[in-house]
Design a protein around this ligand. Structure first.
Ligand code: CUA
Length: 402
């Protein structure tokens, strides 16, 4: 009687635990869940995972039921003598050799099948994107279109994307959990991955991550994937192929249904999970109320250290390749590889004090009289330090580069 009471209580605990797990599992608010795939590749991996989980669960339940049964049925009882001693049983030994072998066949066949599918080359006619991992940002090139961008990619739904993955320094790993599996990004070897986004996700933004520890700012090495319609993609590419349209009136870029070059995913449609919420480190300040002048900003940018690392098509002085290509930086959603929103206030602090906002990066501290945590010294005007007004001008210039 007492034993069955305890069993009943245990069962009710187990029921509550399973219920809690089910509630958490069914919650839709998991924007970075790899268990909710939106591509063919994602579904292949998900299918394999579900299959292995099912088989594993069956084996687990069977083994546990038999184990618990045996523990209770054959436990030691009072006044019980020595039980009969047995040694060796050919039948049993054959059985417990055969059963795991059969189970392994059921696991191996779908696993090998998935490996063959996911390792195959992308179909001809796929959209090529060259991915280069840097400490700590992503360089994206569209070789078929001559477009280079950073930390944000646009891909059309319904068309296979073929990623060529390489690293400029250490090992990274390219991962957009809702779109496909992870793949390592290695220096001396090109890895490939392809997937076809479902046409049902033609107006979405997805988070991407570096999934291999790669140094101090590994967690700050993110990217965004915009899945758009074919027409929107063509328009975006046409806009990105143009040199920086600084000075031109940046109208028409957001017009609904517009087919003129330069589609940009509307900011107001970006889901909250894709908007960075990183707090600004304490102690960083910027003179309030400064108005930047884009024309002046162009001059400051072109005569400062910026051009040593950044390229801007249309600005022949800016040809650096160490940092992200800034040709259309004004059209991007985030800065600092997805760490902060691309807004004037963040951009100003970033230029002034990048190393305080993202540890150990190559981008130097540029604010005059600011402390550089890598050089362990204060920045002066003689070493290229910029005043808040100069930074505000650069911000105005970069923001205009749509
Ligand atoms: Cu790159 Cu972690």
């Amino acid at each position: 009687m007492k034993g069955s009471d305890r069993l009943r209580r245990l069962a009710s605990y187990a029921f509550v635990a399973v219920l809690a797990m089910a509630v958490v599992a069914c919650n839709e608010a998991h924007p970075n869940s790899t268990l909710d795939p939106h591509t063919d590749l994602g579904r292949e991996i998900d299918f394999l995972w579900n299959r292995l989980l099912l088989l594993g669960t069956i084996v687990f339940v069977l083994v546990e039921v038999i184990l618990i049964y045996v523990v209770f049925r054959y436990r030691r009882r009072e006044n019980q003598g020595m039980p009969p001693q047995t040694h060796g049983s050919t039948k049993l030994e054959i059985a417990w050799t055969l059963i795991p072998a059969v189970i392994l066949v059921f696991i191996a066949v779908p696993t090998v099948r998935t490996i063959f599918i996911t390792q195959a080359r992308a179909a001809p006619g796929s959209l090529n994107i060259e991915v280069t991992g840097h400490q700590w940002w992503w360089e994206f090139r569209y070789p078929d279109y001559g477009v280079t961008t950073a930390n944000e990619i646009y891909i059309p739904t319904g068309r296979t994307v073929n990623f060529r993955l390489r690293s400029a320094d250490v090992i990274h790993s390219f991962w957009a959990p809702e779109l496909g599996g992870k793949r390592d990004v290695v220096t001396n070897r090109t890895n490939y991955m392809w997937y076809t986004p479902d046409s049902s996700i033609s107006s979405n933004v997805w988070n991407g991550f570096c999934a291999e520890y790669c140094g101090a700012s590994h967690a700050n090495m993110r990217f965004r994937v915009f899945t758009v319609t074919r027409q929107q993609f063509e328009s975006w590419v046409a806009g990105q192929k143009l040199p920086a349209r600084f000075g031109a009136v940046s109208s028409g870029t957001g017009a609904a249904g517009s087919t003129q070059p330069g589609y940009i995913f509307p900011r107001e449609q970006v889901p909250d999970y894709a908007v960075p919420h990183s707090p600004i480190p304490s102690g960083l300040k910027f003179t309030p109320g400064l108005t930047g002048n884009a024309q002046r900003g162009l001059k400051v940018f072109t005569s400062s250290a910026c051009i040593g690392c950044h390229a801007i098509a249309g600005n022949p002085m800016a040809m650096g390749t160490t940092g992200p290509n800034l040709t259309h930086v004004g059209s991007r959603l985030t800065i600092a590889a997805g760490r902060f929103p691309n807004a004037a206030a963040y951009l100003a602090l970033w230029i002034k004090n990048a190393r305080a906002m993202k540890p150990e990066i190559i981008m130097p501290t540029l604010g005059v009289d600011e402390y550089d945590p890598v050089l362990k010294t204060k920045v002066t005007a003689a070493t290229g330090g910029l005043t808040d007004q100069q930074i505000a001008d650069i911000v105005a210039y970069l923001t205009a580069l749509k």
